[in-house]
Design a protein around this ligand. Structure first.
Ligand code: NAD
Ligand code: GLY
Length: 351
């Protein structure tokens, strides 16, 4: 088992191991002293792992209940969030009790937002079961739901009390969702670690514990420097301005991971054509995206992506910050006017 500690507004451990799910109760009880636990999970994850986690919590002395919603990004909305709040009230959860998010990024983001806002904040645990959630969304405290106008538009920063990454759960994860997580892993390599990027050229399944630990360490280091994304944390959004537009305009049929993969390809092509990175850097990103069977293009038009960028959280007044790769393992944050952004997206999407 590996352990990474984050020291931000809250100090907490991210444990990475094979079979951690059955120890969830004791690991959670060591940091959360409450009496009751509400497990929030989606229907697919519930069928696979809901009982194991609930039994482990009961063994550790918790009174338990489960809130189950329909899996998928379409559920990540205010309606499901309100239903979670009602379930917390029905279960009579107090501030010292705990909400356990069991699932992928949709579950973690939405349950985290409920934990942050119910009674102005209750104890919160992340048990990520997708690669994306293990390497990215369960770490760092971003919580949110989507609005019809855009992705993750309502949310707060709220750190968990502990994160338990049991990578044996990845055995049941359908390949398309595993691939989504690979996009965020590639992103971490491009922006901060040429060494990680190189490791991805070999099969990652045999290296899973090391790959998750490296990603969590990369993300933790950034979160510890800039928890509320006023500066350096923005680099974790490489590929996301374009990616969020693709998600929204596909009505969420294109998943977050696949949209980010296309976003990284478009951003690196735009950067190369504007003379901000070499052609080799762009080509390496395209090759890696293809190696992981992620898409590298979309039918969504540049105009649709430009209009979506107006709702992006990284826009401030007339300017927007974009993450530009300079070479594999190094990127910069650059401020673009909306006209420059339009030109950048058009260059990034033209053949
Ligand atoms: P997801 O939570 O929808 O999970 C994908 C699918 O996998 C779901 O159908 C789920 O039921 C299923 N699943 C989960 N674990 C499984 C398992 N072990 N076995 C079988 N099936 C399983 O999606 P995701 O890709 O994990 O997360 C995407 C979300 O994460 C997006 O909403 C995105 O905005 C968000 N995100 C947040 C952050 C952050 O920092 N908070 C970072 C990146 C992405
Ligand atoms: N996924 C980007 C961040 O957590 O900042």
């Amino acid at each position: 088992m590996r352990s990474v500690t984050i020291n931000a507004s809250k100090t907490y451990d991210i444990l990475i191991g094979d079979g951690l799910l059955s120890q969830a109760g004791e690991k959670i009880a060591a940091v959360c002293k409450g009496e009751s636990a509400l497990i929030v999970t989606d229907d697919a994850v519930n069928a696979l792992y809901g009982s194991a986690v609930e039994q482990s919590l009961q063994k550790a002395g918790y009174k338990t209940d489960r809130f189950v919603f329909q899996n998928g990004e379409q559920s990540k909305n205010l309606e499901t969030y309100t239903s979670i709040l009602s379930a917390l009230a029905k279960t009579n959860i107090s501030r010292s009790d705990v909400l356990v998010a069991l699932g992928g990024g949709v579950t973690g983001d939405m349950a985290g937002f409920a934990a942050a806002t119910y009674l102005r904040g209750i104890r919160f645990v992340q048990i990520p079961t997708t690669l994306l959630a293990m390497v990215d969304s369960s770490v760092g405290g971003k919580t949110a739901v989507d609005l019809p106008s855009g992705k993750n538009q309502v949310g707060v920063f709220y750190q968990p009390d502990i994160v338990l990454c049991d990578y044996s759960t990845l055995k049941t994860l359908p390949e398309e969702f595993f691939t989504d997580g690979c996009a965020e892993v590639i992103k971490h390599g491009v922006i901060l670690s040429a060494e990680l990027f190189d490791l991805l050229k070999k099969p990652i399944l045999p290296q899973m514990e090391d790959i998750i630990a490296r990603n969590v360490t990369i993300k933790s280091d950034i979160v510890m420097q800039d928890e509320r994304e006023t500066g350096i944390r923005q680099i974790l959004n490489f590929g996301h301005t374009i990616g969020h537009g693709i998600e929204k305009h596909s009505n969420y049929r294109i998943s977050h991971g696949k949209a980010v993969a296309i976003g990284m390809v478009v951003a690196s092509r735009g950067a190369w054509r504007m003379g901000l990175c070499s052609e080799d850097c762009h080509t390496e990103i395209v090759d890696m995206v293809k190696q992981y069977r992620l898409p590298d293009k979309t039918d969504i038009t540049p105009e649709q992506l430009i209009s979506a960028a107006f709702f992006d959280k990284k826009r401030s007044g007339k300017n927007i910050s974009l993450i530009i790769p300079e070479k594999i393992g190094k990127c910069v944050i650059k401020s673009f006017s909306m006209d420059e952004l339009a030109a950048f997206i058009k260059m990034g999407m033209s053949k």
